[in-house]
Write a protein that binds this ligand. Structure first.
Ligand SMILES: *Cc1c(COP(=O)(O)O)cnc(C)c1O
Length: 463
């Protein structure tokens, strides 16, 4: 085989560029991207010539060049961040973007962010306003608090609160509440970063009123209660409730802070879930400052929402950190739209995707699983395909023990082990993220929309 002859037979770049299959790509995309794809494809073939002794295979690769260029151009234009189908049944899946935001809201948000808006402009006064103005009154109305603001996420909220109210002083926290949340958020570390000193009291399972009382010194700046949102301590346990802590805090003129984490505005017990403290309850029990995530049970954009006494919120607004942690216009807009849904609980359950998914009935998901199963079978997808009962989870470090009865479509292929099938699902154009157990892949329909069924069937057909 004459390799030099093969190298010489490679088409020149401008010849490829003029190819009738490639030229239109320059119009659809742009010349620069197509050129990059051409160089890439030619490099591949040169590598093949260098390392392969099969002349027929090399000639075939040369014939395939235009197709390769097209595929590479398309790949170069594809965004790295893409939609996926969540078949895991985990509603707040942090790796999959936590809370999905309602489509209707996104349409209205497009209007707000693709042009100019009154983000920080008070239209009545004709002068500078605050980016919190769009949602702070609403938050106060919904939670009973005096004032409100929001920052980048709840980790930032905790940091800002501690830095504003307790820098250089001590903050008392129960040992049973020294939470670690995924992604390296640990209460002791955040405390250190904020410049406040952590004073741990009690033990892992029991903390008493006197433990807090005995820890108060001249240096104490605040009492912090952290909701153990992602774990539960059960058995021989005791913790001090908010009302009691409020009594102690007031007696010493200290602010009582509560990090609620998941931050529900709707009492989920009504919908069959375990008790999860609401923001309203925390304020009613006397918390001076409460913080929670925007994209956990609230079901809005990523944000750290802070509500509480006006004097403390004002202190935080003046903190230099606020400028570094501030929310952008996307968040401010999405937060207002989400909170407006909460004016009516019924509307919130319907419009906020997270609440809708949590409260879907077993009958509803069972019917949907049958529909998805039938659609997949009708498409002639090979394998053993059936519906089976399963358990959905809330996820996102909220209600860790909660399992919601649900229904899944399961797929078993004799010729492909479940783990390999999972890999294939993840490499589809619109990746499908399943759960894998009992040698099957599971698609829990609680986190799947009915309008995705046709796409799922179409994609599974190609496997
Ligand atoms: C989730 C959580 C946080 C961190 O919130 P992010 O919005 O993810 O930054 C902090 N504290 C508690 C108790 C949480 O549950």
């Amino acid at each position: 085989m004459d390799k030099n002859q093969l190298y010489r037979s490679l088409p020149k770049v401008d010849v490829l560029l003029a190819d009738e299959a490639i030229q239109p790509l320059c119009e659809t995309y742009n010349r620069e991207t197509v050129m990059e794809a051409i160089h890439d494809a030619l490099d591949d073939v040169r590598d093949l010539i260098a390392g392969c002794e099969d002349e027929a295979a090399i000639e075939e690769a040369i014939r395939q060049l235009p197709d390769q260029v097209k595929a590479k151009t398309e790949a170069l234009q594809k965004t790295h961040m893409r939609p996926v189908i969540n078949g895991t049944g985990t509603i707040l899946h942090t790796n999959l973007g936590r809370a999905p935001v309602s489509r209707a809201h996104m349409e209205r948000l497009t209007e707000l962010v693709s042009g100019y808006s009154n983000l920080e402009y008070d239209l009545e006064a004709g002068k500078r306003g605050e980016r919190y103005d769009h949602f702070s009154d609403l938050l106060c109305k919904l939670t009973g608090a005096e004032a409100a603001m929001a920052v980048n996420n709840n980790a930032a909220a905790v940091m800002l609160i501690l830095s504003s109210l307790a820098k250089g002083g001590e903050v008392i926290v129960s040992r049973g509440e020294l939470v670690e949340i995924g992604g390296k958020f640990r209460i002791p570390d955040v405390m250190e970063q904020s410049g406040a000193t952590l004073v741990e009291v009690g033990t892992t399972n029991k903390t008493h009123y006197e433990d807090y009382e005995n820890a108060i010194t001249e240096e104490t700046r605040a009492i912090l209660k952290v909701h153990t949102s992602n774990y539960r301590i059960v058995g021989f346990t005791e913790s001090v409730g908010m009302e009691e802590l409020k009594r102690l805090a007031d007696a010493h003129g200290l602010p009582l802070i509560e990090d609620l984490g998941s931050g529900a505005l709707v009492d989920l017990e009504k919908y069959g879930l375990s008790y999860e403290p609401t923001v309203q309850a925390s304020i009613a029990h006397g918390a001076d400052v409460v913080c929670f995530s925007g994209d956990k049970l609230l079901g809005g954009p990523q944000a750290g929402i802070i509500v509480g006494k006006k004097q403390y919120i004002d202190q935080m607004k003046k903190n230099q950190l606020t400028r570094a942690l501030r929310i952008d216009k996307f968040t401010a807009g999405a937060l207002e739209l989400t909170l407006r849904d909460y004016i009516s609980e019924e509307q919130a359950i319907q419009n906020v995707p997270v609440l809708h998914m949590i409260t879907r009935t077993l009958e509803d998901v069972t019917a949907q699983a049958e529909e998805l199963c039938a659609t997949i079978q009708a498409a002639g997808v090979p394998g053993q395909i059936q519906t089976e009962p399963c358990q959905s989870q809330i996820g996102g470090g909220s209600l860790p023990l909660e399992e919601i009865p649900s229904r899944a479509v399961t797929i078993k292929r004799e010729d492909i082990p479940a783990e390999a099938l999972e890999k294939k699902l993840l490499s589809l154009p619109v990746p499908i993220v399943p759960r894998v157990t009992s040698d099957r892949v599971w698609l829990d329909v609680r986190t799947i929309e009915r309008k995705q069924h046709a796409l799922i069937a179409e994609e599974l057909q190609t496997l």
